[in-house]
Design a protein around this ligand. Sequence first.
Ligand code: 3H9
Length: 693
Amino acid sequence: MQTVRLAHRGRIAILTIDNPPVNALSAALRADLARAVGDAVANPAIDAIVIAASGRAFIAGADISEFGKPPVAPILPEVLDVIENAAKPVVAAIHGVALGGGLEVALACHGRVASPGAKLGLPEIKLGLIPGAGGTQRLPRLIGAAKAFPIMLGGEPISAGKALELGLVDEVVSGDLVEAAVTLASGLAAKGAWERTGERAVRLTQVDREAFEAQAMNAAAKSGDLPNVKALIASVRNAFDLDFAQALVAERALFTALVADDRSKALRYVFFAERDVARVPGIGPEVKPRPIESAAVIGAGTMGGGIAMCFANAGIPVTLIETEQAQIDNGMNRVAAIYEMSVTRGSLTPELRDRRMALISGAVGLTAAANADIVVEAAFEEMGVKLQIFGALDGIAKPGAILASNTSYLDIPTIAAVTKRPQDVIGMHFFSPANVMKLLEVVRPAGAAPDAIATAVTLGRTLGKVAVVVGNCFGFVGNRMLAQRTRAAERLLIAGALPHEVDAAVTDFGFKMGPFAMSDLAGNDIGWRTRKALGRKAAVADALCEAGRFGQKTGKGYFLYPEGARTGQRDPEVETLIAHVSAQKGVTRRSFTAEEIVSRLMDPMVNEGARILEEGIAARPGDIDVIWLNGYSWPAWRGGPMYWADAVGLDVIVRRLEAQATETGDVSLQPAPLLRKLVAEGKSFSSLKDAAA
Ligand code: 3H9
C-alpha cells in the first residue's frame, strides 16, 4: 500500500501522508516519504514541496511497535537528511498532532505552518527515550536550548499558538492549511533561499547555554539516575559543543542505547497495554454507547465531590445529591476549595474555575436524579445503604439511565437485583482523589447490557480516565490484589521486619509510598472495619487500631506524626508492640533484605493476579498492569505486577510462593493453577493475549 499520495498545485508537489490510524513512521512510510521527496526534487516541473497528512494526526511519531526489532532502512534520520538537504524548499502542513519523529519531520523541513488546533511535542522521554531523529539538535537550533529543553524533558505537547510564539512554526492558519503551506513554499522557491534548521546557530548563545545548564542541573537533581534524562542533557549540551553532524551521530548512539534499556521496554509495553484495555471482549464496534449529557452523583463526601468534579471538568452538568442541605454545602465548599487551590497554583484560570463550578449543582433528595443520563452512587460503603438507594432510584431514574455504584468491594448483582433494570446497573470504581487519579474500574456483572459497559468505557475516556473493564468479585481487581499485599506486609512484621524497613524496600522499588505510610494516610480504621465485617484478624494492625492509632489523622499509626507532620517517624512503642505479637505467636524474629521484602509482598499479589485471570475477572495480564499503574502508582518503568513477574521469571515466583506456603502453613500462598500451568509450558503471562476470551 502506498503511504504517501502525490498531488500537484501548479509547480508545488503536495505529498500527503496516509498511514492510518495516526500516520506513525513505519518502515513503509519512511521509504515512501524519502522516495516521494527524492522524486519531487528530481522533477523539473516542481519548484517546492509540501508535506501534509490525512486523518486525525499529522504524524504521531516513530512506529513504537518497531522498537527493539532490527532497524529497517531507511531509518528516520536518513529520511530527514533527504528532506533537509533537498535542493528545493520543503514545508510541513501540520494538523492534529505532530509528536516525536512527527515533529522531527517538521523540524527538518524549511518552513512549518500549523492549524490552530495542532499540538506539537517531543514525548520520547515518556517512553524512556530521547528524540532520536535530530530533535535534540534541531529544536534547540530553532528556538534556543533553554526553550527546547523543557519541551523534551516534560514531554507534553504545546499548542500551535505557543509554537508560533516560540518560533517553532512560521504561521498558524485558520483557513486552508495546505494552501497556506503552498504559498509559503512558493515564496521560498521564488526567493531561491531557505534555511536548513541544522545549519542555524543563532539561538545557541552563551546566555542560552547558561539558562539551559541551570535547567539541566535542576533536572538531574530531580530525576536521580534516570538514563533518559541524563542522555537528554548530554545530547542538548552537544548542540553547543559539537558540530551538527557529530551531534546527530551522538544523539543516535544515546537513543539506540535507551531503546535497549529495560525501563524503556517496560514503558513501551505500558503504552500498548493502556490501548489494549479499550478492546473489551464481547463488545465490538457495533455496540454503541448511550449519550451522556447530564449526570447525578449521590453522596457529597470526598469521593462524591471528586467524581462530580470529573464530570464538570469534562463539561458535563452534574447534580450532587445528599440527604441534607448542610452536607451539600460542605461538599460544594470542598470542591470550591480544590478548584481555588488550582487557581492559586496557576494550573486553572479563574474563568475555567467559574465555568466548572457553574456545572455542579446541589440538591436534596434522590428525585433530583430523575433527568440524569447517568447516576453514580458514592454513598456510605454499606450494602444496606446501597440497596435502599438503588431501590429508590429504580422508581426515579429515567429509562435507559446508567445506574453505577462507586463501591470498592460490594457485590454489584446484589445491588442490581433490587431494581427492575439490572441490565443498566454496573460498577464504576473511581480512585481517590477521584479528580486526580486516572484509573476507573468499570465493573461488569454478568447481567449488564453491553451498551451500558460501552457507555461507561466511553465516558471514562471523556472524563480523562483509563477505564478498565473488570468482572464482579470482592474488591474487583485492584483492591483484591492489594489485600494480598496488606496481608503479606502484616506477615513480614510478625516474622521480623519493621514498618520503616518494609516501606523503604517498597519506595526503593519505585513506589512513592510504602504500604504502612499509605495505610496511615488512608486511615488504619478502614481496614479494621472491613476485617471486622469479614471476621478476619490481623494481630498487629488490630492492636494498633485498638490503641487508637488510626494513622495521620490521629497523629500516630504505624509511624508517629508529631504536630501534623506528613512524613512519619519510627515509633519505639510500635516496634515493641510488634515484637510482643511475634513472641505471642512463638515466632523467632529475623531480619529481611529489601529483596526478600519485595518478593514477599509482590509474589502473593501476582498469585492473586493469576487467579483473577483464571476466573476471567480481568481480560488480560496487561489490564491488571494498567490498573496497578494508574490506580496504585506502580512505577511505570517496571511495567506493572504481571510484567514484573514475567521479568523475574514465573518459575522463580512459583518456587518462592511454595516456600512461603510451607513456611507459614497458609495454603492461599500455594501457586495458582494458572501459574503452575504457565511454568510447566515454559510460558509467561505475556503469552496470554485474551485470558477471558
Ligand atoms: C519517536 O518518535 C522516536 C523518534 O524521536 C526517533 C525515531 C528514530 N506507534 O492513543 P490512541 C496506535 S517515539 C505505533 O488510542 P488517540 C495506538 O497503539 C514516538 N502505534 O488514539 C492505537 O492502536 P490501536 C513518539 C501508535 O487519538 C492507535 O494508534 N510519539 C503510535 O487517543 C490509536 O492510538 C509518541 O509517543 C505510534 N507512535 O491518541 C506518540 N501512536 O487502535 C504516541 C499511536 O490498535 N501516541 N499508535 O490500539 C499518542 O500519544 C497517541 O496515540 C496519539 C493519538 C495522541 C497520537
